[in-house]
Design a protein around this ligand. Structure first.
Ligand code: CAA
Length: 413
């Protein structure tokens, strides 16, 4: 147990040799073949996440879900393990790992507690990635180092009451006042809403210009006029704190704008492309967690004189679950490897999220069915996994949005 944090400490600072060694232009077939060939270091990280999930997340996961309690202590520990800035350069406090390592961690955490893994996903793929790729050196030093080291967590504020899937319809405004902007508006369904300290906020600076009049800003908790709104009472991921946020004449210094003037919509889209890989991995983890529970239960529970796994009705469900999870895993790892290899991952990430989230929903429903009456009871975990699965088809772009992204790409050619 004492050695556990050492896995990541050992990896911090030394860049891992990622699969493919950064090769450009890997063929799809080669990627698939390599998809299950993880390096020794990646397997150690996976084991560290598995141990953490079993020892630190599992014991109170039902209570946190019931009470809608944010996993503050657990998030702190995840920061110490290096899970909150996994792909960030160590010079900014990160672990300097690749996307596949991140996906392996997301999968392990999500098998047990998706409320915890969404904190990891948002902090890594949306907030840290966005700042590391597009922030200024000063922004990285001031904000990224704190976020990547786990000193604090961040939130990504795009959605609004009237702008969910239709992300260009932002009503939040940021008016240029020379050396600062003044932000007004409301954001909705914001993950880490009341626990974050650093918020990336998307707002219109010039509505006439459509998406080219949108910008992204770094807002700090505690800035005058920034208020945390009501907490949502949700179906799933109930431990994650989802809030609306209210901006009432919030003065944000000009140096807190991310990128060139008008870059905000592309910033959101580019960042979300990577975020979708994280959510796909979350869906994969939820599905795997439910499948493993169903498999174990079906080998223990007896009916009609034998373990229920010996009944074809149950055995075929297990076979279907196993095949669909394996297919989802290949898509998720492929998307992660595309990102690591410097290839375009907009479409592979969208495909991975679309498919893995459907698998998560299908598998968790079947896992409840395999458990029968016990599946309907909280102690057996599968009902929570089923409730948690649903959000993976909704946030960071609904399944319908993923189909828009995929179909536009294949039709365009
Ligand atoms: N990368 C870079 N640029 C992109 C891009 C990408 N992935 N996708 C689109 N763009 C660019 C386009 O090229 C275009 O630029 P130009 O005009 O210069 O060519 C511009 O953005 C506008 O693109 P579209 O015309 O395609 O825009 P659209 O209005 O048709 O919308 C959409 C496209 C894909 C549907 C987009 O609105 C979308 O992804 N919507 C879903 C939003 C979403 O995922 N929300 C999730 C909320 S965040 C969340 O859930 C986080 C959490 O807390 C867990």
């Amino acid at each position: 147990i004492l050695l556990r944090p050492c896995y990541l400490l050992y990896l911090c600072g030394m860049k891992i040799l990622i699969i493919g060694g950064g090769n450009m232009g890997l063929t799809y077939a080669r990627s698939l073949l390599r998809a299950h060939l993880t390096t020794e270091e990646q397997l150690m990280i996976q084991q560290a996440a598995r141990d953490f999930a079993q020892n630190d997340l599992l014991p109170e996961v039902i209570e946190r879900d019931d009470a809608q309690r944010f996993p503050a202590e657990e998030v702190k520990k995840m920061g110490e393990l290096g899970f909150l800035g996994m792909m960030v350069d160590p010079k900014y406090g990160g672990s300097g790992l690749d996307t596949l390592s991140y996906v392996l961690v997301m999968e392990e955490l999500s098998k047990v507690d998706a409320s915890c893994s969404v904190v990891v996903s948002v902090n890594n793929s949306l907030v840290c990635y966005g700042l590391e790729q597009y922030g200024t050196e000063a922004q990285k030093k001031k904000y990224l180092t704190r976020l990547a080291s786990g000193e604090c967590i961040g939130a990504f504020c795009l959605s609004e009451p009237e702008a969910g899937s239709d992300a260009t319809s932002q009503r939040t405004t940021a008016i240029d006042k020379g050396d600062h902007y003044v932000i007004n508006g409301t954001k909705n369904w914001i993950t880490n809403g009341s626990s974050a300290e650093i918020y990336l906020v998307i707002a219109h600076t010039d509505k006439e210009k459509g998406h080219k009049g949108i910008n992204a800003f770094i807002v700090e908790r505690g800035m005058d006029g920034f208020e945390i709104g009501p907490k949502e009472n949700k179906l799933g991921i109930r431990g994650s704190d989802t809030h609306s946020l209210i901006f009432n004449d919030v003065k944000v210094p000009k140096e807190n704008r991310i990128g060139e003037d008008g870059f905000g919509f592309k910033f959101a889209m580019k960042t979300l492309s990577g975020g979708r890989i994280g959510i796909a991995a979350q869906a994969l983890g939820i599905a795997t967690g439910a499948y493993e529970l169903a498999l174990k239960y079906s080998k223990e529970r007896k009916a009609f004189g034998t373990e229920i796994a010996n009944h074809q009705a149950i055995a075929f469900k297990l076979a279907d679950m196993h095949v669909s999870i394996e297919a989802a895993r290949l898509l998720v790892y492929k998307a992660a490897m595309d990102k690591d290899n410097g290839e375009n991952y907009d479409i592979s990430g969208a495909m991975a999220k679309l498919y893995a989230s459907k698998v998560a929903m299908d598998v968790t429903v079947e896992a409840v069915q395999v458990h029968g009456g016990n599946g309907f009871v909280k102690d057996y975990h599968v009902e929570r996994l089923m409730r948690d699965a649903k959000i993976t088809q909704i946030y960071e772009g609904t399944s319908e949005i993923q189909k828009i992204v995929i179909s536009r790409s294949i039709i365009k050619g």
